[in-house]
Design a protein around this ligand. Sequence first.
Ligand SMILES: [Ca+2]
Ligand SMILES: [Ca+2]
Length: 111
Amino acid sequence: MTGSNLDTTESGISDAYTVALNTVPDGDVVIDISSMDITESTVSIASLTFGITNWAVAQTVIVIPADDGKLDGNQTYNIVMSINSEGTTDTTGYALLALAPVLVTNAGDGS
Ligand SMILES: [Ca+2]
Ligand SMILES: [Ca+2]
């Protein structure tokens, strides 16, 4: 994974990170993605699927800032990723993997 500390602004500057697997799976690995503070941002995609053919190909998640209309300065929160147990068919260990959150700071725009 690349880009674990992201900066966005309420005025509309987004940021992004990429995810790829480090080892070959023997089936699909589905990773769910969600913003822990949707008043500050949303994510461009709700889940990523990696398989035997694309496990090493980086997939991009764009963090899209939201303007909450509050004078709240810079807000820091996590984008969390978790293995989707229903969609994941891999048996090499990804099902038990805990994924580190991505820290995002959304800078306030003064309103
Ligand atoms: Ca805000
Ligand atoms: Ca604001």
